[in-house]
Design a protein around this ligand. Structure first.
Ligand code: OSB
Ligand code: MG
Length: 368
């Protein structure tokens, strides 16, 4: 696995819907892409960090700085036994897991393409399609929420997640549960509550939710453990899990009973597999989260979701739901709530260079 040359693109893609969460409103996505060239093929990855540190602490400018000044210079012109060994080249720097993930994930894609096998096989997956749900932003009213759920349930999504925040939780959940008594329903607070809200969150116990995602602070496991002891509904941890070590600590203290696993958040596929394995050893299911990725990131997520302990529907909905034009040429479309796993070498999709080039605010090449 030799890294000969690299390229970074940063582009903006308008979202097809207004996505409101407890953080605020998103109407577009900034997409950082990394291309690693070696052995006549190109590995692709997409960053999940955002412009501002709302979800976690990383930002796009921070990631570009870290990649260009530290991470890329430490791998360019070098050879590695495998992507995991390449990942170790950046392990001594603290944090920056989303930026490190960009490098590591592109290396996995590059390696799989060099070996001419689909990424899911190298990762140890065992599925040709993966179950998907959908993450719905906060709507203006309970009626609009029910209407949106109806539209997506009709499309076959196998689970619906509603974004909630203090003051907008019981009402939409009650309305949706009344309209869809059998639906696999979850909520995601993106860290908007504190333990002082325990009583309000306990009220959600009556609605048969599969789980409540990340109710409390992004960097707190202790309070999640306290809250879990007060709830019948399982807590699903998202923001709070950045590593396999975090997973062990969370599950040892019963801070959650489900893990939303995002490969970009934990530093890449190698660490994602370790998170997956730790959760499995605790008998805790994982599912694949999303960060509104374009096709490059979405394809990585789909491949990772083929591992055996991904037993709940992920957030890797159809690409056409998000963007009018994608960064990749191949459509990534779920049918009846099942997303086919691309079967070509690597992540199995190719970059739509012309589109990426046209949309790019920034493009730079790097060599040793
Ligand atoms: O909390 O899972 C989250 C999007 C951006 C940041 C955080 C989250 C999300 C989503 C959307 O829920 C998932 C998707 O459809 O990609
Ligand atoms: Mg979440």
């Amino acid at each position: 696995l030799t890294i000969e040359r690299a390229e970074i693109y940063l582009l903006r893609l308008p979202l097809k819907f207004r996505f409101e969460t407890s953080f605020g409103v998103q109407t577009e996505r900034q997409v950082p892409l990394l291309l690693l060239h070696g052995g006549g093929v190109t590995g692709l990855s997409e960053g999940v960090m955002e412009g501002l540190p709302m979800y976690r602490e990383e930002t796009i400018v921070g990631a570009l700085g870290f990649l260009t000044s530290a991470a890329l210079p430490s791998v360019l012109g070098r050879s590695f036994a495998n992507p995991e060994a390449l990942g170790e080249a950046t392990a001594h720097w603290r944090g920056n897991r989303m930026a490190k993930a960009m490098l590591e994930m592109a290396a996995w894609d590059l390696w799989a393409r060099q070996l001419d096998v689909p990424l899911w096989q190298l990762l140890g997956g065992n599925k040709t399609e993966v179950a998907v749900g959908v993450s719905l932003g906060i709507q203006d009213s309970a009626e609009a929420t029910v209407e949106s759920v109806a539209r997506h349930a009709e499309q076959g999504y196998r689970r619906v997640k509603l974004k909630i925040k203090p003051g907008w939780d019981l009402e939409p959940v009650r309305a949706v549960r009344q309209a869809f008594p059998e639906l696999h329903l979850t909520v995601d607070a993106n860290s908007a509550y504190t333990l002082a809200d325990s009583a309000g969150l306990q009220a959600l116990d009556d609605f048969g939710l599969d789980y409540i995602e990340q109710p409390l602070a992004w960097d707190d496991l202790h309070d999640h453990a306290t809250l879990q002891s007060r709830l019948r509904t399982p807590i699903c941890l998202d923001e709070s899990i950045a590593s396999a070590a975090d997973t062990r600590k969370a599950l040892t203290s019963d801070a959650g009973r489900v893990i939303n696993l995002k490969v970009g958040r934990v530093g890449g596929h190698s660490e994602a597999r370790r998170v997956h394995d730790v959760a499995q050893s605790f008998g805790v299911p994982v599912w694949c989260g999303g960060m509104l990725e374009s096709g490059v990131g979405r394809a990585h997520n789909i491949h990772l979701s083929t591992l055996p302990n991904f037993t709940k529907p992920g957030d890797t909905a159809s690409a056409s739901r998000y963007f009018a034009t994608d960064t990749v040429n191949e459509p990534l479309e779920a049918e009846n709530g099942l997303m086919p796993v691309p079967q070509g070498p690597g992540i199995g999709v190719s970059l739509n260079r012309e589109f990426v080039e046209a949309q790019a605010d920034y493009h730079e090449e790097f060599s040793a």
